[in-house]
Design a protein around this ligand. Structure first.
Ligand code: NCD
Length: 305
């Protein structure tokens, strides 16, 4: 079944049917790639990756996804080496790159840049993160991971911890989880970094209950603990970042003996100690690996396969 959209800029666009189609296709693809198989589904197609903000996982997994489908990749990264630095608008960049590639993934520091890009892009466009706005492909791989790790989405208790104000991953994931039922949320953040109203009002509208606290312990009795990095690059006042950067540290002592599935979009910078890695609860590296089949599924579906 085709997706209901041509460009993906926000998880708010996704219907339950879209999400199911992407997850089903990702699982199918994973069945092939896990056995070392490859595909030539997108042979002759080109993905352009434009990354004007730091990224390792997202860019490499988009590129790996395209290559594993038999397609090819052209890339531009680093703001200072791009035409944007010369003053070119995002819109003009899109119009131009859309002549070279069949599909575009872009990360940009400005919230809203993805919508501006999608409005003019001649080819399917995917938001790979727009400042503190949205990161829809991360949310899709998070959802895929939750279902694999816990066997279901409906009815789970989900904790989100850390920088809920600037963290785009928790915004996107909350909106996506709004498609499911009987979920409840525990938001753990210091008062300076609480979940924005755009998310809390959405959950109220969906009648999905949430509690807000600054106590990390509240997350340990949930089914999923989604840890996030304090987003240094979003702070106008660096001393505020310094004050808040170590606010939560998840250690093996805290996690041991609980049934919580620990997730993190990565990179971590100390908020999960490395002694957690060996626990069966630690799902974050499996989560990162899931980025490839989920992005393969999205690329294929957006290109009509
Ligand atoms: C996240 C992001 O870029 O928003 N990283 C990622 O894409 N996996 C999370 C982060 O940078 O903290």
């Amino acid at each position: 079944m085709p997706l209901s959209f041509k460009h993906l800029t926000s998880t708010k666009q996704l219907t339950r049917a879209d999400t199911d189609a992407i997850l089903v296709k990702a699982a199918e693809i994973e069945g092939v790639t896990a056995k070392g198989g490859s595909s030539d589904l997108l042979a002759g197609k080109i993905l352009a990756t434009l990354f004007y903000e730091a990224s390792t996982r997202t860019r490499l997994s988009f590129e790996a996804a395209m290559l594993r489908l038999g397609g090819q990749v052209i890339t531009a990264d680093g703001f200072q080496f791009s035409s944007l630095y010369k003053g070119e608008s995002v819109e003009d960049t899109m119009r131009m790159v859309g002549q070279y590639a069949d599909i575009i993934a872009m990360r940009h520091p400005e919230q809203g840049s993805a919508d501006r890009a999608a409005a003019v892009s001649p080819v399917p466009f995917i938001n790979a993160g727009d400042g503190p706005g949205q990161h829809p492909t991360q949310a899709l791989l998070d959802l895929f991971t939750i279902r694999k790790e816990r066997g279901t989405i409906d009815g789970l208790k989900i904790a989100m911890v850390g920088d809920l104000r600037y963290g785009r991953t928790v915004h996107s994931l909350s909106f996506l989880l709004g498609l499911y039922t009987n979920l409840s949320f525990t938001f753990v953040a210091p008062k300076e970094l609480t979940m924005p109203e755009k998310v809390t009002s959405f959950l109220l509208e969906k009648k999905l209950p949430f509690t807000q606290t600054d106590k990390l312990e509240a997350a340990l009795s949930c089914d999923v603990l989604y840890m996030t990095r304090i987003q240094e690059e979003r702070f106008a006042d660096h001393s505020e970042y310094e004050r808040l950067k170590n606010v939560y540290t998840l250690t093996a002592d805290l996690v041991k003996g609980t049934k919580v599935t620990v997730m993190h979009p990565l990179p971590r910078v100390g908020e999960i100690t490395t002694d957690v890695d060996a626990l069966p609860n630690a799902a974050y590296f499996r989560q990162a690996r899931n980025g490839v089949p989920v992005r393969m599924a999205l690329l294929a579906l957006l290109l009509g396969f």
